[in-house]
Design a protein around this ligand. Structure first.
Ligand code: GDP
Length: 365
């Protein structure tokens, strides 16, 4: 599944959010470093279209696509120099597809703030600077090695050296690597360095329960939004504590509760949706008597690679894809009706799969 890492200073609400996400009961305690092991949780991606498809196809089971969260604790000022739980944590961040950066926007005198007061912009800068410094070290270490290869006339090394020098000057100014414009080819050359500030980042402004319905009126949230706008980043407002309560409720009870609060959907749903947008992800479906299932791909993925998400054999032996779009199938009311009306298309290896496509792959084994 798609992987995201939750980062932020201690006591901003990461574990609370993570626990809400996974419904797990791991400790959320009021002191730094309470979460030593990175916690991993996988959640279903809610998608109303799955239910609609299930009503048409009547499958034995329905399988949503999933999303992985890792609670990455221990990131503090000085982490890039090995302070707190330091480098160990940075290495966990290297493995994720995207970062969810939790920022504290709630006041509570019983809950210590590591720097003494609630100041979201300063918190954002602290965390981002640690990530930048860690990247700077990675880049400089690599540059050292490349300098030697460059001297021996290695053309590849010379090219990579050039790219990294550009990244180095960006990072040395305290700015994230993602701000450097790279071509596809340049990006491919440095991808394996897994730079932290190259990853997409989403801010989650954690507000108190009282503030969640009108979160944008909260001055802390405003500050986060202003800062994020400068960085070209997205913000989702969420109340971790409230989410923890919401997940305890089921079905109708939950809907009533959300309604009372004046919310259209839970913060988790909004968080997942925002992460999807951020990462340019879309969903396609397979629908048979056995199962109706959602699959996640990146926008622009062609049919064989989309098939590869199901199984590498599907990609290798790809012949063609039978495709009907979601709305067409819904209008037709059944797969056979869709076929009769000529809405079922046969697509080849260059077909770019679209969001909501219902696909049946033909392949050689
Ligand atoms: P972490 O260190 O970032 O993982 O933070 P935790 O999730 O452990 O939260 C630290 C403390 O803040 C816990 O006692 C939480 O119950 C509390 N907390 C989390 N979110 C909120 C919130 O929105 N409002 C208030 N008042 N407390 C919160």
């Amino acid at each position: 599944p798609l992987t995201t890492g939750i980062v932020g200073l201690p006591n901003v609400g990461k574990s609370t959010l993570f626990n809400a996400i996974t419904r797990a009961g791991a400790e959320s305690a009021n002191y730094p470093f309470c979460t030593i092991d990175p916690n991993v949780g996988v959640v279903d991606v809610p998608d109303e279209r799955l239910n609609q498809l299930a009503a048409i196809v009547n499958p034995q089971r329905v399988i949503p696509t999933s999303f992985q969260f890792t609670d990455i604790a221990g990131l503090v000022k000085g982490a890039s120099r090995g302070e707190g739980l330091g480098n160990q944590f940075l290495s966990h961040i290297r493995e994720v597809d995207a970062i969810i950066h939790v920022v504290r926007c709630f006041e509570d005198e019983n809950i210590t703030h590591v720097s003494g007061k609630v100041d979201p912009v300063s918190d954002m800068e602290t965390i981002n600077l640690e990530l930048v410094l860690a990247d700077l070290e990675t880049v400089e270490r690599r540059l050292d090695r490349l300098s030697r290869q460059k001297k021996s006339g290695d053309a590849q090394a010379t090219k990579e050296h050039g790219i990294l020098t550009r990244l180095q000057s960006q990072l040395a100014e305290g700015l994230p690597a993602r701000g450097v414009d790279l071509s596809e080819e340049e990006w491919a050359m440095i991808r394996s360095l897994n730079l932290l500030t190259m990853k997409k980042m989403l801010y989650a402004a954690n507000v108190s329960e009282e503030d969640v319905a009108a979160a944008e009126e909260n001055p802390f949230v405003r500050q986060v939004m202003e800062q994020a706008e400068k960085e070209g980043a997205e913000v989702v407002t969420i109340s971790a504590q409230l989410e923890a309560e919401i997940v305890e409720l089921e079905g109708e009870e939950r809907e009533l509760f959300l309604e009372e609060l004046g919310l259209a959907s839970s913060g988790l749903d909004r968080l997942v949706a925002a992460a999807y947008r951020l990462l340019g992800l879309i969903t396609y479906f397979t629908a048979g008597e056995k199962e109706v299932r959602a699959w996640t791909i990146t926008e622009g993925t062609k049919a064989p690679q989309a098939a590869g998400v199901i199984h590498s054999d599907f990609e290798r032996g790809f012949i063609r894809a039978e495709v009907v779009s979601y709305q067409d199938l819904l209008d037709a009311g059944s797969m056979s009706q869709a076929r009769e009306r000529g809405l079922l298309r046969s697509e080849g290896k260059d077909y770019v799969v679209r969001d909501g496509d219902i696909v049946h792959f033909r392949f050689n084994v």
